[in-house]
Design a protein around this ligand. Sequence first.
Ligand code: GMT
Length: 376
Amino acid sequence: MYYRIGISCYPTVGGSGVVATELGKQLAEKGHEVHFITSSVPFRLDRVYPNVFYHEVEVNQYAVFQHPPYDLTLASKMAEVIDREKLDILHVHYAVPHAICAILAKQMATHPVKIVTTLHGTDITILGVDRSLKSLIKYGIEASDAVTAVSNDLIRQTEELVQTSKEIHTVYNFIDERYYRPVETGDLKNRYGINEDEAVFIHISNFRPVKRIQDVIKSFALIKQSLRAKLLLIGDGQDLPAARELIRKLELEEEVLVLGSQKHLTELLSISDIMLLLSEKESFGLVALEAMACGVPVIGTNIGGIPEVIIDGVSGYLCEVGDTEAVAKKAVELIEDRETHEQFKEAARAHVIKRFNADKIVSEYEDVYRQVLEEK
Ligand code: GMT
């Protein structure tokens, strides 16, 4: 059974947009018709897919408007696409404003459509506790026909923070394992000035405060006391200037390579030995999955959905938030024990392929669509 599915998400760099776009591509490959309704072409939509369509949300900049009415324009575009394309499902990613816009669009449209909302993390853990948005988010969740969240922990937090008893299904993040795999890197290490005897650590994020970049740098400074190593910092965001300052203060300019936003992550992951993901909030941790798929074990914090992704002592390690000494100790032990490091690399990739492969997770989303369409 093939469906006509609308997808709305934040189309720029960010985990929720990546998941939404990859999901659209996978659904199209399976034969569904997919309609992206977004403010720009999603950045992961990098080639032509015959049954993928894009509907741009163009915001009116009329002078009377103090703020451009993006949310209203999005709802209006959603209603237009629901009716014209006869959508069966409108799947929105990130509760605000997408779930609210979808509910409004459903009321405006004449064609019957089901709204599926996926909660990604900060839409609950940060915005869900903001008094100005909390009841709106609760309404968006409860008025959706089906709701999914990217980890069991995010469901628990949604119930606690937003006080809802709406049924929420866990559908984990996934990766396309055909793309995310260890790749040939030629002399890439050499070109970055990394010696063969140096261990390579990597951190990839949007450098927001929840990512605790300072802990990544402090852990690396401790690691450096025992190992020859380099740290690759990938991404950009508000905490990058403070990160640069700390790197300078700890005299790590030679050893920390600040590479900014990068597209070809598989190559950078393939030259890395360990990923550090030391966030204080993380509903899942898509980057951990991407690293593990490329055979990179992850040292992560024991919070949010991370323990549902990393198997402690098998495909990486879990440490408490802020415990940089424990992170450094685990990292040094793993690098120094080559045999265990090899086992972790294999276990990491095997676990991702078994548990988080695209086919499995996309089928779980299709089950949600099927269930909701069977309901009267
Ligand atoms: O903060 C980010 O990492 C971006 C954010 C987003 O919404 O774009 O990511 C969230 O959604 C991802 C995809 O479901 C999850 O893998 C991330 O863990 C989650 N981030 C947080 O919870 C902080």
